[in-house]
Design a protein around this ligand. Structure first.
Ligand code: SAM
Ligand code: SF4
Length: 330
C-alpha cells in the first residue's frame, strides 16, 4: 500500500519475543526481565494470521527479530510456515548468534537464506562486557556455521559506541577482506537503555567512514540493489570479499523512503520505530475480528504513518521512545 507521503509500505518487522539470552547495555536493563506476560505475547498462529492479511495490503518482505528470536520455542516451525506464504518474497532473521551454531542447519532447511547477526566487538572481554556475559566464540562459531550451511548474504550488525568499541572500527572493516560478509555499522539510537545514558556515546557514521578511509579507499557498491537492500549505504574495500554497510538513522534520516511496519511481541503495530504511537491488533484478533476488519486496521496504521522522526544527532541523549528495543525488534 502507498501511504500519504507516497511511500510504498511493503516491509514488516516482527518481534516474536521480548526475552533475550543477552543484556546488551544499550538495549536491555541489567535485570533484563521480560515485562510482557506469557499470555500477552502473540501466539505464532496469530502472527501468521497478521502476516497473511498484511500480505493482502502489500507486505512482501518480513524480518523476524526480538528480543532474541532463537530463544522462543517453535521458531523453526514458525519460519517454515512463513516460508509457505508464496506472496512473501523475502524472509529474514536477526539474531545475536549465541544459539546459531545449533540452529543454523534447521533454519536453513526452512528455506530461509538471509540472516543478520549482531556483533558489537571482536574482543572476547569487550563482547562479554557489552552484552553482559555473552560468549564471543559461540557467536563466531554460529556465523561460520551459518556460512557453511549456505546462508547468503550474511550481514553482521555492529552498533558503534564511543569509548567502547569505536577502536575496533578498522578490525571490523578488515574482516571483509577475507570473509564474504557484509559488516554494517549502525548508529546508536535514543531508544531503550541507550536513551537513558547516552550523552557521550554516539558516533556518527561519517566519522566511522572517515576512520576507515584513512587506511582504505571505499568504493560505493551500486550493483544489484533490490528488495533486500535496506537503508544501508554500501561500499567495498578494493579486492575485499565482503562489503561494508552504513546505517545512519540519526545522521542521514531515511524516513522519506521508509517502507516499514513493526509488529511488537505483544501484538501492537507501529508505523515508526521512534514514535510511541502504536495500535493494538491482539485485542481485535482475540475478540474474533474478521480478516477484512484486520485488513482495515492495518491500512489505518499505514495511513497514520508519520512523515519522519525529526531526531537529530544533538538529541541522542533524549529517550525518544517508551518501549525498549527488545520488544520492538530494532
Ligand atoms: N536479539 C537480536 C539481535 O541482537 O540481533 C534481535 C533483536 S535486536 C533488538 C535488533 C538490533 O537492534 C540489534 O542489531 C541491536 O544491536 C539493535 N539495537 C538495539 N538497541 C539499539 C539502539 N539503541 N541503537 C541502535 N541499535 C540498537
Ligand atoms: Fe538481546 Fe538483541 Fe537487545 Fe542484545 S540487542 S539485549 S541481543 S535483544
Amino acid at each position: 500500500m502507498i501511504d500519504k507521503y507516497n511511500r510504498k509500505v511493503n516491509y514488516l518487522r516482527i518481534s516474536i519475543t521480548d526475552r533475550c539470552n543477552l543484556r546488551c547495555v544499550y538495549c536491555m536493563p541489567k535485570e533484563g526481565l521480560s515485562v510482557i506476560g506469557h499470555d500477552d505475547i502473540l501466539r505464532y498462529e496469530e502472527i501468521l494470521r497478521v502476516v497473511k492479511v498484511a500480505v493482502k495490503v502489500g507486505i512482501v518482505k518480513v524480518r523476524v527479530t526480538g528480543g532474541e528470536p532463537l530463544v522462543r520455542r517453535g521458531i523453526v516451525d514458525f519460519l517454515a510456515s512463513l516460508k509457505t506464504m508464496d506472496d512473501l518474497k523475502d524472509i529474514s532473521l536477526t539474531t545475536n548468534g549465541i544459539l546459531l551454531e545449533a540452529f543454523a542447519e534447521r533454519l536453513f532447511n526452512t528455506g530461509i537464506r538471509r540472516i543478520n547477526i549482531s556483533l558489537d566487538s571482536l574482543n572476547p572481554e569487550k563482547y562479554a562486557s557489552i552484552t553482559r556475559g555473552g560468549n564471543l566464540e559461540a557467536v563466531l562459531r554460529g556465523i561460520e556455521t551459518a556460512h557453511n550451511v549456505g546462508f547468503s548474504p550474511i550481514k553482521i550488525n555492529a552498533v558503534v559506541i564511543k569509548g567502547t568499541n569505536d577502536d575496533e572500527i578498522l578490525d571490523f572493516a578488515k574482516l571483509t577482506l577475507e570473509k564474504p560478509y557484509q559488516i554494517r555499522f549502525i548508529e546508536l539510537m535514543p531508544i531503550g537503555e541507550a536513551g537513558v545514558d547516552n550523552n557521550d556515546k554516539f558516533v556518527s557514521n561519517n566519522s566511522v567512514m572517515e576512520r576507515i578511509n584513512r587506511s582504505y579507499t571505499l568504493y560505493p557498491v551500486t550493483e544489484n540493489r533490490n528488495l533486500t537492500d535496506g537503508p544501508a549505504r554500501t561500499y567495498r574495500i578494493k579486492g575485499a570479499k565482503g562489503k561494508l554497510g552504513f546505517i545512519s538513522p540519526m545522521s542521514h534520516h531515511f524516513c522519506k523512503s521508509c517502507n516499514r511496519l513493526r509488529l511488537t511481541a505483544d501484538g501492537h503495530l507501529r508505523a515508526c520505530l521512534l514514535s510511541d504511537e502504536e495500535f493494538d491488533l491482539k485485542g481485535p484478533l482475540r475478540a474474533g475480528c474478521s480478516d477484512s476488519e484486520l485488513e482495515d486496521l492495518i491500512k489505518m496504521v499505514i495511513a497514520k504513518k508519520p512523515s519522519g522522526h525529526n531526531i537529530s544527532c544533538d538529541e541522542v541523549h533524549i529517550k525518544k521512545c517508551v518501549r525498549d528495543m527488545h520488544s520492538i525488534g530494532g
